[in-house]
Design a protein around this ligand. Structure first.
Ligand SMILES: C[S@@+](CC[C@H](N)C(=O)[O-])C[C@H]1O[C@@H](n2cnc3c(N)ncnc32)[C@H](O)[C@@H]1O
Length: 451
């Protein structure tokens, strides 16, 4: 097989990034957009020693799990990788992904997981969207999402994963930019003003926040845009975020108020959270509630426990746990998030929590060595790279009865579980929670107990 060859192949498996995998002449061929069970015609794009990449040209026999993707730009857009696959099959894919990682990376052969927790309606679930703004070849202002692995914008104002309000907001922003001749930022030159539109929506409160990310400190006639946006029911906060750096990172550090208050509020369970443009907040509130309830169930609190919630963000899990614990301590690296966490405790009248700013892998060992702190239960919810070994070592030394590991990357989860299980812990239970339908991502919650 060589570049540009046309082949016919049956898709027998799927890779972690959602690409279909077909086998031919001993080679594994990765074919994006092919669904397990399809027979496809594909064009070879690149061959390596044992595997290759091919482009899907035609589906010759559709898989029983193939569906028509409801979004017209699903294939080009980098946001969804699994829209052409029935939701039930997506859930099986995610369960397999977790199990494969546990086996391959963690060496766990027989971990029983509770059935994955999926959504009844797997669309319209996202409470946050960040739309890049740019221009097309004719200079017309466009917004949408980046194509997979690139920074070219696929125009789309009606993303089916988000709320309908997004479209009205984007219409208002683009109209305003065209009428007032406000430029879009150009990544290749570093020139132009408007980079992204960040929208957040409180599902329980229906409050909306719009934050325009700009390469500057002001936008001419912004009050005209604010006037129009303020007419959208629920609009609560309009801000500018200043990002003058030539970087892929979307948000800068500085927020300037334009209209309304600088935050929205939302509830998960009975707890109210204040969310500012820079705060980390889970994007799928329906599933987040289920995830936190699972973490709370695994923590099995009776009211006498001291609990540490590491990587606590704005204190979402900490406040959930505090309802059933004696004392909860949260640790988080972003100072603004800890400010939000303290505020969130205050507005909910929760007094049995304390928050610390710093790296979990520094704060916990320091406090253990210096102050001899203890823990009955430790919850960790790290970013994709997982936990630092020095943090895992301290957890082992502190000997909590239970460790609840919430993970957005089952590969690093498997690595860290292996480490803990070689040092006195065992996996008691676990469950995948689908926070990101239509994408390949999946959240996992695991309970570890002392052997
Ligand atoms: C997956 S989020 C979890 C946040 C929170 N538990 C929630 O559910 O909203 C991970 C958090 O870890 C924070 N973080 C990243 N590295 C960290 C570190 N080394 N120490 C402490 N926090 C860290 C991030 O800022 C982010 O808020």
């Amino acid at each position: 097989m060589k570049k540009d060859d046309l082949i016919q192949v049956k898709i027998e498996d799927m890779g972690a990034d959602g690409a279909g995998i077909g086998k031919m002449d001993g080679f594994a061929l990765f074919i994006k957009d092919a669904v397990i069970g399809d027979v496809v015609e594909a064009k070879i794009m690149k061959m390596k020693k044992n595997y290759g990449y091919a482009r899907l040209m035609r589906v010759l026999e559709p898989s029983p799990w193939r569906v028509t993707a409801p979004c017209p730009v699903a294939r080009q857009c980098g946001g969804c990788q699994l829209q052409a696959m029935a939701y039930e099959a997506q859930l099986r894919f995610k369960e397999n992904k977790i199990q494969n990682n546990l086996k391959r990376i963690g060496g766990f052969d027989n971990i029983w997981l509770e059935p994955i927790c999926g959504m009844d309606n797997p669309f319209g679930y996202r409470n946050k969207a960040q739309f890049p703004v740019g221009t097309d070849k004719t200079g017309r202002i466009i917004t949408g999402f980046y194509a997979g692995r690139t920074h070219s914008i696929i125009e789309n104002r009606r993303c089916l994963l988000g709320v309908p309000e997004n479209e009205k907001i984007l219409d208002a922003v683009v109209d305003f930019m065209e009428k007032e001749h406000i430029s879009a930022y150009d990544e290749s030159t570093g020139k132009g003003l408007v980079r992204h539109v960040l929208i957040r929506y409180g599902f329980t409160t229906k409050e909306i926040m719009v934050c325009l990310v700009v390469n500057g400190h002001k936008v001419r006639k912004i009050e005209k845009l604010a006037e129009r946006l303020a007419e959208i029911p629920g609009m609560t906060s309009i801000t500018l975020n200043v990002n003058r750096k030539r970087t892929n990172v979307i948000l800068g550090d500085e927020i300037l108020s334009v209209w309304g208050r600088g935050y929205i509020e939302d509830y998960i369970g009975g707890i109210k959270y204040r969310i500012s443009p820079l705060s980390f907040y889970q994007v799928n509130p329906v599933q987040t509630k289920k995830l936190y309830e699972k973490a709370l169930e695994y923590a099995a609190l009776t009211g006498n426990e001291t609990v540490w919630d590491l990587y606590c963000g704005i204190g979402t899990i900490s406040l959930f746990l505090a309802q059933k614990a004696k004392q909860v301590y949260g640790v988080e690296i972003v100072p603004a998030a800890i400010e939000d966490a303290r505020n969130n405790a205050r507005i909910n009248g929760i007094t049995n929590v304390g928050f610390f700013v710093g790296k979990a892998e520094e704060v916990l060992p320091q406090m253990y060595e210096r102050d001899g702190i203890s823990a009955d239960v430790i919850v960790v919810d790290p970013p994709r790279k997982g936990c630092d070994e020095s943090l895992l070592d301290t957890i082992v030394k502190m000997e909590p009865e239970r460790v609840v590991y919430v993970s957005c990357d089952s590969a690093t989860l498997a690595r860290d579980l292996k480490y803990l299980c070689e040092r006195g812990y065992e996996v008691v239970s676990g469950q995948g929670v689908d926070q990101f339908p239509m994408s390949v991502h999946v959240e996992t919650c695991v309970l570890l107990g002392r052997k």
